[in-house]
Design a protein around this ligand. Structure first.
Ligand code: ZN
Length: 218
C-alpha cells in the first residue's frame, strides 16, 4: 500500500483516511479494497486489511457450525483406553473432573477456562457481534462484545489442548489398546471451524460495519 498515492500530504488527511501498520507503525493512506483484495504494509509486509466477500453470512455459517460441534467435542469420548484389562473412556469434561478429584483444583479450573469456557464465550461473542451488525439498535452492544472478544483471543487454547491429546495418544499407543472416539473428530472439526472463522471474519470489515458503513454489512 503506497503512503503518498494521493495529491495531499498525509498530515492534511482526516484520521478516517489513514491507517497505521500494527507491526512497524508506518502511517499510510487507507485504500478502498475490492472483494477478496488485501493490503499489506510496504515496509514490513504485515497484512493490514483484507476484504472478504459475503463476510457476515460466511462467518455466521462458521460460528453456528462451531457451536454445533462444541457439545459433542467436549462431552463425547476423545478416546477409549484398554490397559491391563481395565477399560476407560475420556472426554474433555471428564479430564477436568479427573484433575479436580486428584487434588489439582487450580489446574482443573485453568483447563476448564481455557478449553471450555473461554472458547464458548468467544463463539457467543462472535455470534452476537455478527447478529448486531444487522440491527442498528444493538450496534453499541456489538462494539462492546467485539472488544471483549479481542481481549479473550489469547486465552482460548484449543490448539494447545489438541496438541496435548495427540502427544498422549502417541505415548499411550505402545502401552495400551487405544480407540479414537467421535469426540476427537468433533474437537478437530471445532478447531478447524474456529481457525476458518478467524480468517473469514475480517476485523476491519466488522469494525466498519459496526461503525454504520452499509457497504460493509453483507
Ligand atoms: Zn509494517
Amino acid at each position: 500500500m503506497p503512503d503518498s498515492s494521493g495529491s495531499r500530504p498525509l498530515s492534511e488527511l482526516p484520521l478516517e483516511e489513514l491507517t497505521a501498520c500494527h507491526e512497524c507503525d508506518l502511517l499510510m493512506r487507507r485504500l478502498a479494497l475490492a472483494e477478496e483484495q488485501k493490503a499489506c504494509c510496504p515496509r514490513c509486509g504485515y497484512e493490514l486489511q483484507v476484504h472478504r466477500s459475503n463476510m457476515v453470512r460466511r462467518s455466521l455459517a462458521l460460528v453456528l457450525t462451531a457451536l454445533l460441534l462444541y457439545i459433542p467435542a467436549n462431552f463425547l469420548p476423545i478416546m477409549r483406553l484398554n490397559m491391563l484389562g481395565q477399560a476407560s473412556q475420556d472426554t474433555v469434561w471428564s479430564g477436568v473432573v479427573g484433575l479436580y478429584r486428584s487434588g489439582m483444583e487450580p489446574i482443573a479450573v485453568l483447563v476448564l477456562l481455557c478449553s471450555m469456557v473461554i472458547p464458548l464465550v468467544k463463539l457467543l461473542c462472535q455470534l452476537a457481534v455478527l447478529l448486531s451488525i444487522r440491527q442498528a439498535a444493538a450496534r453499541d452492544l456489538g462494539i462492546l462484545l467485539y472488544r471483549l472478544y479481542h481481549g479473550l483471543r489469547s486465552w482460548g487454547m484449543l490448539e494447545v489442548y489438541l496438541m496435548g491429546i495427540l502427544v498422549s495418544i502417541v505415548k499411550l499407543l505402545d502401552m495400551a489398546e487405544l480407540h479414537l472416539g467421535v469426540g476427537l473428530a468433533c474437537f478437530v472439526g471445532l478447531l478447524l471451524a474456529q481457525v476458518w472463522l478467524e480468517v473469514t471474519m475480517s476485523s476491519h470489515q466488522v469494525w466498519d460495519a459496526l461503525e454504520d458503513k452499509p457497504d460493509a454489512r453483507d
